[in-house]
Structures are given as C-alpha cells and as structure tokens.
Design a protein around this ligand. Structure first.
Ligand SMILES: NC(=O)c1ccc[n+]([C@@H]2O[C@H](COP(=O)([O-])OP(=O)(O)OC[C@H]3O[C@@H](n4cnc5c(N)ncnc54)[C@H](OP(=O)(O)O)[C@@H]3O)[C@@H](O)[C@H]2O)c1
Length: 263
C-alpha cells in the first residue's frame, strides 16, 4: 500500500534565501530547513545573522550558514552565489526576498529614496536571480526561483478610508518585480529554470511593526480574514514552488493576502 500523506522532502536541495535572517525571509529559511534543505541565508547588516543560521542548523540538523552580501551590488552577489555553490551546493533554489520600503508623501520623495527602494527591490532581485541562473545554466542544472513581491504590485494600500499609504516607490517597485518575474520565466524556461512570485498581504514583521497603530488597525479591519498574517503563513506557497510538485508552474504571481485583493 502506498504511504499516506503528502511529502515534501528537500534533503537533496540547497536553497539561498536573501533577507533570510528575519521577518518573512526567516520564515522561508526555517520552512526549507524543516523540509531538509541546506540553507544559505543572505543578509546585509544584521549582526545576529550567523547566530540565527546556527540555531536553525541545530533545530533541524541541516547545514545552515549566513553570508553577508548587499544584493544591489551585482559583482558581490555573483561572487557570493559562487562561494555558496562551492561551500554548500549545488544550489537548487533561490528565494529572492530582500526588500525595503520608504513611506513618505510623493511630493517629498528624493532620488536617494528611489535608489534605496529600487536598488534592493528590483535590481537586487534581478542580481540574485541572474546569479542563480548563471550557476544553473553553466552546470546544465534545473532550478526554481521564488521572488517575494507584494499585493502592493496591484493596489495602493490605504492608511485610512480613502486615504493612501504614501509609498509610491515601494508599490511601483513591486509592480516592476512582478513583471520582471514573467520576463525571466519566459527567457529561462528553455533552461528548465522556473521563476514565480509569492505576493504577501500584510504580515507582522519589522517592516510593518513601525507603522502607526491606527493605520495597522484600519488595514487589518479591511482584510477579509480580519488580521495581519504571521510570517510562517507565507511559506506553504513558496515551498510548493521550490519543490518538484511545482514542476509545471512558472511565470505566476501567487497572492497570500488573506483575501485583500477581492475588494
Ligand atoms: N511585511 C509585510 O507586510 C510585507 C508585505 C508584502 C511584501 N513584503 C515583502 O517581503 C519581503 C520581506 O519583508 P519583511 O517585512 O520580512 O522585511 P524586514 O523584516 O524588514 O527584513 C528585510 C530583510 O531584507 C534584508 N535586506 C535588505 N536590504 C538588503 C540588501 N541590500 N542586501 C541583502 N539583504 C538585504 C535585511 O537584511 P538585514 O537584516 O541584514 O538588514 C532583512 O533580512 C520584502 O521584499 C517585502 O517588501 C512584506
């Protein structure tokens, strides 16, 4: 008799998670470690990232290491991916998750603000995806890339009824990266590289905890499920896309938003 249950086993996988040391990225790192993968966490400046990696490694008895790298630097990203491939590889999957936001009225936004957001949310995702694709195309190896975009790729978030949350660079960067996903999926399908987006709704992380309580309460009230998500609630979709069960999925944007986009 065939065994019951639905198994996802990442024992032979090595997955890079950018921004994998905290927030939603940490939940992705933890989920793939739990599934048995070797995990390379990329962080920018958090001093505790190596400790986070060590704890996960102990919890699930898998190899987890932290690598410092600014994903907006293309050369540095290529070098870091090569290093990970040698030390922990072969790399089989990437979660390009690192992202930042600037909340400010449009009339006050500066070129520096634009660069801050787009250099991570769009260029950083591109640099990470290309670094992974180069590894796989050189080695004639298939791969799966999951990009963390946002439901903000489709909507303008509200701060209050009929009042915008002022973050046009953030929302437009997510629109850009959701479109970038489709372009990369189309270009790299012949190499058996799948590229998809997981687009979260409101999630309890450092990015949202600094927001005014009235704004958070309004946002939570307007989600059909009536609350913000916890980071671990984002992981099921990403694990599916990274797994062989996702073998016919590419170029998609999958919303994990508590139903927000029904309105
Ligand atoms: N929270 C939400 O409600 C929400 C909703 C929709 C989409 N998202 C998206 O989900 C992703 C994760 O969000 P989060 O809320 O978990 O963020 P977060 O808690 O603020 O964490 C951001 C992560 O990105 C890393 N990072 C930032 N810039 C980087 C760079 N240049 N190079 C490498 N790593 C960098 C940070 O590393 P350090 O720790 O070293 O700084 C950190 O690990 C983002 O793409 C975000 O836009 C979040």
């Amino acid at each position: 008799m065939a065994p019951k249950g639905f198994m996802i086993d990442f024992s032979n996988k090595c997955i890079i998670v950018t921004g994998g040391n905290r927030g939603i990225g940490y939940a992705f790192s933890r989920a793939v470690a739990q599934a048995g993968a070797r995990v390379a966490i990329i962080y920018r400046s958090s001093k505790d990232a190596p400790d986070v990696a060590q704890k996960l490694s102990k919890e699930f008895n898998v190899d987890v290491k932290a690598y410092q790298c600014d994903v907006s630097d293309a050369d540095g990203t290529n070098k870091t991916f090569n290093k990970i491939d040698k030390e922990m590889g072969p790399v089989t999957g990437l979660v390009a998750n690192a992202g930042v936001s600037v909340v400010k009225p449009a009339l006050e936004l500066t070129t520096d603000d634009f660069n801050k957001v787009y250099n991570v949310n769009v260029l950083g995702v591109f640099n990470s995806a290309r670094a992974a694709a180069k590894l796989w195309i050189d080695a004639k190896h298939a791969g799966s890339i999951v990009i963390t975009s946002s439901m903000s790729s489709q909507i303008i978030n509200q701060a209050a009824p009929n009042k915008a949350l002022t973050q046009v660079f953030y929302n437009s960067s997510k629109g850009a990266v959701s479109n970038l996903t489709k372009g990369l999926a189309a270009e790299w399908a012949p190499y058996h590289i799948r590229v998809n987006t997981v687009s979260p709704g409101y999630v309890n992380t450092d990015q949202t905890s600094h927001m005014d309580k009235h704004i958070r309460d309004h946002q939570a009230r307007n989600v059909p499920l009536g609350r913000f998500a916890e980071p671990h609630e984002m992981t099921g979709q990403a694990v599916l896309l990274l797994s062989d069960h996702g073998s016919y999925m590419t170029g998609g944007e999958y919303f994990v938003d508590g139903g927000q986009l029904v309105w």
